[in-house]
Design a binder for this molecule. Structure first.
Ligand code: GLY
Length: 375
């Protein structure tokens, strides 16, 4: 390890030290955001359910600490109730079972986890709309609602479950669906300058693109930072699984937009295009996601480009560690402060977020070379 990366070992030790306490405190639950120092738990079908067990598996891959493994396994088993109920399942089942069941199968070879993950891959594939070549994000939210045409950038990060399922079953159909969705993202979500739409609306009968919705970003044509991070990392993963250069080019385009818009401390404002009267809160989660994606992107390109992406990823993670980490504060359950979940709805603005914590841990694990469960 180079001199510069001594901080990586320190960060890893701090993560482990903090988990000693929070693993006992939080147990097999589903945290989302930390409010006044304590993580608020969500119901198990909420999209963030797998990030806490995902953190435990990330650390377990290096420590082999049985306590972390037990809690992660218990979280996964609790998710069975969601599969049985079925109606509330959505596109984020990719995150939910990739970071729990696939991780467990890859790390400890649990066959029951493989069964769960394959079953969920079928459910995710079943959300594909052949008219418009997109995976439907959500279900209807109220009587008379119609979400059949809504597709969102976040789905890019759910595609790895489909790629994994194709590799596991030696059946190309899961991968084919993932690529069709990714191609729709290339043509409708990623703009010429590398900024990204959060929600694109299609006519679910004709497949025609009928509009753009701001969603968690400021506006339909602003530049939601976490959306760009999902696109950057998701396109890199598509290239990782398929070798198709168009995905690599898209990942680079979004990466350049993201890096060029970072402020001096390398941690993005929650939306890169907000008017002056909107508070420019930082979103540490967008930084952590992009950093982990940039480190993977750096592994896929030649040495000159690799240096650019790797140093951008390192800079973001180092700044998160030094300037945003809650290491000394024993009354704070979160690892990384100052995330923005949903600014337009006023939900968890300037809080630690479990996905920010997860991608910070994954990024540090990647810098340490612990990649047994990486994608
Ligand atoms: N909707 C997922 C996110 O907040 O990024």
């Amino acid at each position: 390890m180079t001199e510069k990366l001594v901080w990586v070992d320190e960060a890893w030790s701090q993560i482990k030290r903090k988990l000693e306490r929070t693993t006992n405190k939080m147990g097999a639950n589903f945290p989302h955001a930390s409010v006044e120092g304590e993580y608020v738990f969500e119901r198990p079908n909420w999209w963030t359910a797998a990030f806490w067990p995902g953190i435990l598996w990330q650390v377990y891959q290096e420590t082999k600490d049985e306590k972390l493994k037990r809690v992660a396994e218990e979280c996964e088993e609790k998710l069975d109730q969601v599969i049985d109920y079925f109606y509330t399942l959505h596109h984020d089942v990719g995150f939910m079972w990739k970071l729990t069941s696939v991780a467990r199968y890859q790390l400890v070879g649990e066959e029951d986890s493989k069964r769960r993950a394959l079953m969920i891959a079928h459910i995710l594939m079943g959300r594909f709309n052949v008219n418009g070549n997109y995976i439907q994000a959500w279900n209807n939210w109220f009587e008379g609602d119609d979400k059949s045409g809504w597709s969102i950038i976040d789905t890019m990060m759910n595609l790895p479950l489909l790629f994994w399922a194709s590799e596991e079953t030696k059946n190309p159909r899961f991968k084919a669906v993932a690529m069709k969705h990714a191609d729709t993202v290339l043509s409708h979500f990623i703009r010429d300058d590398g900024a990204v739409h959060h929600i694109v609306q299609f006519d679910s009968e004709t497949g025609e693109c009928v509009g753009f919705i701001g969603g968690q970003g400021h506006a339909p044509f602003s530049a939601w930072a976490r959306g760009a991070a999902w696109a950057l990392y998701g396109m890199t993963l598509c290239y990782h699984y398929t070798g198709e250069v168009r995905y690599l080019q898209a990942a680079k385009k979004v990466a350049h937009f993201f890096i060029a818009n970072l402020p001096d401390d390398f941690v993005p404002v929650w939306d890169f295009r907000i008017p002056v009267d909107v508070t420019p809160y930082r979103d540490s989660s967008a930084g952590a996601i992009a950093a982990s994606g940039l480190l993977l992107l750096a592994e896929k390109v030649d040495s000159i480009e690799s240096k650019l992406y790797r140093s951008a990823g390192e800079n973001i993670l180092q700044s998160l560690y030094v300037n945003y980490g809650a290491w000394e504060d024993e009354s704070e359950d979160g690892l990384i402060l100052h995330g923005v979940s949903h600014y337009p709805d006023g939900k968890y603005v300037d809080n630690p977020l479990i996905y920010g914590d997860f991608y910070f841990v994954e990024g540090i694990a990647r810098l340490k070379g612990c990649t047994a469960m990486t994608q």
